[in-house]
Design a protein around this ligand. Structure first.
Ligand SMILES: CC(C)(COP(=O)(O)OP(=O)(O)OC[C@H]1O[C@@H](n2cnc3c(N)ncnc32)[C@H](O)[C@@H]1OP(=O)(O)O)[C@@H](O)C(=O)NCCC(=O)NCCS
Length: 213
């Protein structure tokens, strides 16, 4: 596990009612990351619609939180052929190359494994070397298809231990999510009270959470 990652943030599942956090995260992606995430340039309006709760129905999302703010996410969507799913990752630029993508993909693979998903597809632009490198770390097979690359990651079979790991992690996630609620409420209140010219506070509260191993 990356030292820089575990010392500052937490990976946990997003619960229903938290899709707004996901939407805000996707909207914060810089132009290049946004293009890489969606396979082309997309507008704010596209993201608004993409992250509607109804549009995310069926998706399982894991997030990387720093000080209560979602800075990275992995979205897992089951596909029509049973045993297959698609995964899409996004990490805000400031947090890239620090092991966040690796931690998110590890977590998504555990979930896929426990849902009997054998093939996890990640579709990316051909020039997106970073995600291809990331997929290779998990022994993905890369297939090149007219400007895109499909990384096919094989998930291991579920075992009692892998099921237990997810159960324990999800329980911890719920506890962490509940701990986050007061901080997010306080942030919203603070935001409404603060005069526009006052500076944003630096991230002072750092968290050490590795809640699923
Ligand atoms: C692709 C993405 C999810 C990877 O997340 P990340 O947190 O940057 O990835 P990690 O730090 O875990 O690094 C994963 C691997 O990528 C490679 N990598 C990291 N930084 C890199 C860089 N600057 N250039 C090339 N490869 C790089 C390394 O092989 C690394 O593994 P290693 O550190 O063990 O050698 C992230 O960069 C991102 O959100 N990009 C924009 C959106 C996107 O491309 N999404 C993918 C669509 S499915």
């Amino acid at each position: 596990m990356y030292e820089g990652l575990t010392s500052v943030g937490a990976v946990r599942r997003l619960w229903s009612g938290e899709t707004e956090l996901y939407r805000q995260h996707l909207l914060r992606l810089d132009a290049e990351s946004r293009r890489n995430r969606f396979g082309g340039a997309v507008s704010d309006e596209f993201i608004q619609r993409y992250a509607e709760p109804a549009a995310l129905d069926g998706a399982v999302i894991y997030g990387f939180f720093v000080d209560g703010v979602l800075r990275g996410a992995a979205e897992l969507r089951p596909l029509a052929p049973a045993g297959e799913a698609e995964a899409a990752l996004s990490v805000e630029r400031e947090w890239q190359s620090r092991g966040v993508g690796t931690a998110l993909l590890e977590r998504v693979l555990l979930v896929a494994r426990n849902r009997q998903i054998k093939h996890l597809h990640m579709i990316c632009l051909a020039e997106n070397r970073r995600v291809q490198q990331l997929a290779r770390k998990f022994d993905a097979e890369l297939t090149f298809q007219s400007g895109s690359v499909v990384a096919d990651v094989i998930a291991a079979r579920p075992t009692p231990v892998s099921l237990m790991r997810e159960l324990v992690a999800d329980s911890a996630d719920l506890a962490i999510a509940m701990l986050d609620v007061p901080s997010q409420l306080a942030k919203r209140l603070d935001h409404t009270k603060r005069p526009p010219e006052s500076p944003q506070p630096d991230h002072e509260r750092l968290m050490l959470v590795d809640n699923w191993r």
